[in-house]
Design a protein around this ligand. Structure first.
Ligand code: MG
Length: 268
């Protein structure tokens, strides 16, 4: 069993970013040695800090599938296409950040774009409720650009220009994200599963947990997709085989859904 999870709004509460409500299921997963793979729009620096706080040393997917990072603990894995990056093995699926910034710079005025690269740490703190240190880590970008538009009605036109430039737009909890046309959370999950299956030589039951449109490709790529409701209780409108709908938002919904799946497979 392998669990892929979105962070903000799924494992972490939308407001406050706490995973307190998921502690019982997290404890079970740890006891059962089920790998927990974060698949997030957060940066590598943000994920490293969270993994450290949680005592996790597992692969993770940063920046909406821009990069898959395997830790040194997976040093005996064959990872085709992997390159060394900061003590981890990186599979890059995204585009270089400077290229994405150039795209934003050239259209900033015309489309009324405010990208993460245009925002100060103080701006980000105000907009997201992150601490200044967390906001600093969120600005350490490698593959993608979160952004807001003055007027969302320009989104379709911007999306067309993005596609022409080899990019695309996806939507998370707070921001739109400019990402490489060939990347998303689903591609990263498929690639990770291939590598794990190749190296372990067996079948893996995959679970994927998310709450927003940028999670849908991930949910479509796993055996058991789990949909977490938004803070107002509504769900993204998707229909997938085996879909599990958590009954409450954030970490408490995560806890309940994962606990239920572990029960169903007799993993106590
Ligand atoms: Mg989310």
């Amino acid at each position: 069993m392998l669990i892929f999870t979105d962070l903000d709004g799924s494992l972490l509460d939308h407001d406050g970013y706490s995973y307190e409500g998921a502690r019982p299921a997290l404890e079970r997963i740890r006891r059962l040695s089920v790998p927990l793979v974060f698949v997030t729009s957060k940066t590598r620096a943000e994920v490293e800090r969270l993994q450290e706080a949680m005592g996790l040393r597992e692969p993770f997917v940063a920046e909406n599938g821009g990069g898959i990072f395997f830790p040194a603990e997976y040093g005996n894995f064959r990872i085709p296409g992997g390159v060394e990056r900061g003590g981890r093995t990186l599979i890059r699926l995204g585009r270089p950040y400077p290229e994405i910034r150039r795209f934003v710079e050239e259209r900033k005025a015309r489309f009324g774009i405010r990208g993460a690269g245009d925002l100060s740490v103080e701006d980000l703190v105000e907009m997201t409720g992150l601490s200044p240190e967390e906001a600093y880590l969120a600005k350490q970008r490698e593959f993608t650009e979160p952004f807001l538009l003055d007027d969302d009605s320009a989104l379709a036109a911007l999306g067309r220009e993005a596609l022409a430039a080899g990019l695309k737009i996806t939507r998370g909890g707070r921001f739109h994200h400019l990402i490489g046309a060939g990347q998303d959370k689903g591609e990263a999950v498929k690639r990770t599963l291939l590598i794990v299956r190749d190296n372990l030589g067996g079948e893996v039951l995959s679970i994927g947990i998310g709450d927003r449109p940028n999670d849908i490709p991930m949910l479509a790529a796993v055996d058991i997709p789990v949909l977490i409701p938004h803070p107002d209780g509504r769900y993204e409108g998707i229909d997938l085989p085996n879909l599990v709908k958590a009954t409450c938002p954030g970490s408490r919904g995560w806890n309940e859904a994962v606990g239920g799946i572990l029960d169903r497979f007799g993993k106590t």
